[in-house]
Write a new protein. Structure first.
Length: 249
C-alpha cells in the first residue's frame, strides 16, 4: 500500500507494506534485555485457588500476568515526566505519530573511563539536515543488543553538549539503542535528560526520548518516516514500537 505524505512544502511516498521495526520485544526470561539492577520480567499464568490460566493446564484460555518495568526491560518512549516532580504522561504528551527522521550510525568516543557521543559527531552526521526525529545506532551493532545485561557496565551515553546541539536543531524525538541518554551512575544529575526537555527554562512537553531500540545493520543510514506508537499507559514512560518506512524515490 503506497501512502502519499505531505510534509511542509514537500510530498513523500512510502510503502506501508514494508515496515522496518526497530523495537525490542519483551520476553519473560533471563534472555530479555535488562538495565537498572532489576530482575528479569515475568510472563506467567495467573493462578488463583484451583485455577491456572493456561490452556495446556486445563483452562479455557491463556491468561497471563506480566511484570516488567518499561525503563529496564523493553523498548520504551518517555516524556519529561520521567524527571519532573509534577506528573506528565507520555500517552497524553505524544499526540502525533509520524515524523521525518534521520538514521545515523555513531561510534562512541573514549572520554576518560567512559564511551560517549559528542556534539562533533552529531554535527558531522546530521550536517544541515532538518529532521523532527533522530535515530542513533551505535557500533559495534551486534545481535546481542537484544538481550544485553547492562547493569553495572557503564554503557555509552550522550554528552550534554550533544543534546544542546540536537535541541537547537529542532529534534523533538530522540531514539537510541542504549539504556539511557545519560551515564549509568552520575549521582542523579541526568544532564542529557534535563537538557533535552529544557526543564529549567521552557519545558519541551511534546518532546520524547526512546531507549532500547535495535536498528539492524540491513537498515541504511538516511532519511525515513518514523511511526512512533506507545502503549496507552498513563505513565511517564510506556512500551513503544518505533517503525521506519523508506521514502520512495
Amino acid at each position: 500500500m503506497i501512502a502519499n505524505i505531505k510534509h511542509g512544502s514537500r510530498n513523500f511516498k512510502i510503502d506501508l507494506s514494508k515496515p522496518l521495526d526497530i523495537s525490542i520485544p519483551l520476553i519473560g526470561t533471563d534472555a530479555n534485555v535488562n538495565a537498572w539492577y532489576l530482575p528479569p520480567p515475568k510472563i506467567e499464568p495467573h493462578q488463583e485457588d484451583d485455577f491456572i490460566g493456561k490452556v495446556s493446564e486445563g483452562a479455557a484460555v491463556n491468561f497471563n500476568n506480566i511484570w516488567f518495568n518499561p525503563h529496564s526491560h523493553v523498548t520504551h518512549t518517555e516524556c519529561l515526566g520521567h524527571i519532573t516532580a509534577d506528573f506528565h504522561s507520555v500517552n497524553q504528551n505524544l499526540k502525533q505519530f509520524f515524523f521525518l527522521a534521520e538514521v545515523i550510525t555513531v561510534a562512541p568516543e573514549k572520554l576518560g573511563d567512559d564511551m560517549v557521543i559528542s556534539e562533533k559527531q552529531l554535527k558531522y552526521a546530521l550536517g544541515n539536515k532538518k529532521r523532527e526525529a533522530l535515530i542513533i545506532r551505535t557500533i559495534p551493532n551486534l545481535e546481542n543488543k537484544r538481550s544485553m545485561q547492562y547493569s553495572n557496565t557503564n554503557p555509552p551515553y550522550l554528552l550534554e553538549e550533544a543534546i544542546h546541539f540536537l535541541v537547537k536543531k529542532g529534534i523533538m524525538h530522540l531514539l537510541i539503542d542504549l539504556p539511557s541518554v545519560d551515564k549509568e551512575k552520575d549521582g542523579g544529575a541526568l544532564l542529557a535528560h534535563h537538557a533535552f526537555w529544557n526543564i529549567k527554562e521552557q519545558p519541551r512537553q511534546n518532546a520524547t526520548i526512546t531507549e532500547f531500540i535495535f536498528v539492524p545493520n540491513s537498515i541504511d543510514d538516511g532519511c525515513y518516516f518514523l511511526n512512533l506508537q506507545v502503549a496507552p499507559f498513563e505513565n511517564d514512560a510506556s512500551p513503544s514500537r518505533p517503525v521506519l518506512y523508506k521514502i520512495m524515490e
